[in-house]
Each structure stands twice: as structure tokens, then as C-alpha cells.
Design a protein around this ligand. Structure first.
Ligand SMILES: [Zn+2]
Length: 253
């Protein structure tokens, strides 16, 4: 198997639910259609997070998500209720409080099962786990494996890897950046889209649309391999950089 020589980009939209910002989401839709992008749509199955209640529930939301699934988008299970009240330390510790990290197994299992049942009930097939605020732990991985959802969109590395019995497709960017090689997932939030972020994506797609990929294509093109020392080094470096940037922002405030 030969992996692609040039960098590949995956687009991921988080916090999708019937009460998200319609206007925010609809700004991205023409771009996705024009450039035939097959994104990860990370859907909150039973939202109870007040931050994600921007508009009145949109009656056509689930239908629209089914249409995207038909067009080749990958449906992500974005937690269960998106209520981040747990204090456990997760595997990607970017936030103090998350929905899943540190929660006992029985509850994690109940939430993941209920979330999957809810999405399936809407005619959507969840294929990848996207934890709210990157919050999940080894217990989550165990539950995901048991529930047959062995794919995670998270982690800092340059290419997919196996860890904890599930495949990780790394997510390292929160806006488009040109890269030389590897698989880069760009995470965007429709709720907080600005003119600048939409224009930035449009310009990036004009240059690199040919290097945008899908979850299916990534799984077909990249070898299955265990997490390596170089993956761990990449993770440590990026965590250090994020920590330093936060510290700098906090002292400069
Ligand atoms: Zn979220």
C-alpha cells in the first residue's frame, strides 16, 4: 500500500444539532457542494448544552444530514448530550471539564448506546467517534470497541494509527493550513463561523480541493499501524505548543 505523497485534508464540522446556527452552517454548504467535499459531520444526538441552542429547532435538520450521508459525508457521534460536567483527565487533555473523561463505564456505555440508537433512528449511521472537547479516556475506547464503533477522530500525529484497539484518524488543525505530507483534519464550528473563517476556507479549497479526502479514502489509502514513538513525540510537541500559547495568552491578557 502506498500512502499519498502530498498532504491530505479532512474537513470536520462539530456541534451539529437541530438548534445550531442555521446561518453559520449555511455559509459553508455552498463551498462543500462546489468543491465536492465529503466531511465528517459530528452530530450531537441529544443536545442539552445551552451553548448549542442558537436557533429554534430546525425541522429539516435530520433530513439534511441524511442527504449529506448520501453524498458521502461520514456521520460522527459527537458525544451524547454535550453536557461537559465531568472532571476526569482524558487522553487528549485540552480541557478541564468534558462529557466523558472520568465517567464510570456503565454510564459511558449507556450514553454511547443511546447516542447511536438516536442517530440510527434518524436514518444516520455513525461511523466515527468525535468526543466533545476531546474528552475521552481508556474506558471510552473500551466501550467504543464493544459497541462496534472502532474509529476515532482525534489525536495528534501525522497519519492514522491504532491505539487501545481502535483506529485514530488524527485531528490537529482548527483552521486550514498548508502542509507537506500526512493526513490533517481541520475542525470547524458552524456556530462560530465568521466572514474571515469562511473566506479562509474558500481560498484554501480553491488551491487544494484536489487534496481533500474522506474517511473512507483515508482508511483505504493508509496502512493500519500501531502508534509509534514518533507519533508520541508529535503529540507531546503539539500539547506543549498549545499549553505555551494558552499560557502566553493568559499572561498577556
Ligand atoms: Zn462539541
Amino acid at each position: 500500500m502506498t500512502s499519498p505523497a502530498k498532504a491530505q485534508y479532512l474537513l470536520r464540522f462539530d456541534d451539529l444539532c437541530p438548534t445550531m446556527s442555521r446561518a453559520g452552517w449555511e455559509r459553508f454548504v455552498p463551498l462543500l457542494l462546489r468543491f465536492d467535499v465529503k466531511p465528517i459531520l459530528a452530530i450531537v444526538p441529544a443536545n442539552q448544552d445551552p451553548d448549542l441552542i442558537v436557533d429554534a429547532p430546525h425541522a429539516g435538520f435530520w433530513h439534511e444530514m441524511r442527504d449529506w450521508q448520501e453524498l458521502g459525508a461520514t456521520i460522527g457521534l459527537h458525544g451524547y448530550r454535550h453536557v461537559c460536567a465531568a472532571w476526569g483527565r482524558g487522553l487528549i487533555p485540552l480541557h478541564d471539564q468534558t462529557e466523558f473523561a472520568g465517567v464510570q463505564k456503565g454510564l459511558q456505555q449507556e450514553w454511547i448506546r443511546s447516542g447511536m440508537v438516536a442517530l440510527l433512528g434518524h436514518g444516520l449511521e455513525p461511523r466515527i467517534w468525535v468526543a466533545p472537547r476531546h474528552g475521552f479516556d481508556r474506558v471510552t475506547l473500551e466501550v467504543l470497541r464493544e459497541e462496534g464503533l472502532g474509529l476515532v477522530s482525534d489525536g495528534f500525529a501525522r497519519q492514522p494509527f491504532l491505539d487501545g484497539g481502535v483506529t485514530w484518524i488524527p485531528q490537529q488543525l482548527w483552521g486550514p493550513r498548508e502542509k507537506k505530507e500526512g493526513v490533517w483534519t481541520i475542525c470547524l464550528h458552524a456556530n462560530t463561523a465568521t466572514d474571515v473563517s469562511v473566506k479562509e476556507l474558500a481560498r484554501f479549497l480553491e488551491r487544494f480541493a484536489g487534496q481533500f479526502t474522506s474517511v473512507q479514502q483515508v482508511l483505504a489509502e493508509w496502512p493500519e499501524r500501531e502508534r509509534t514513538a514518533s507519533d508520541r513525540w508529535f503529540h507531546a510537541r503539539l500539547m506543549g505548543k498549545i499549553g505555551f500559547d494558552r499560557w502566553r495568552r493568559s499572561v498577556m491578557r
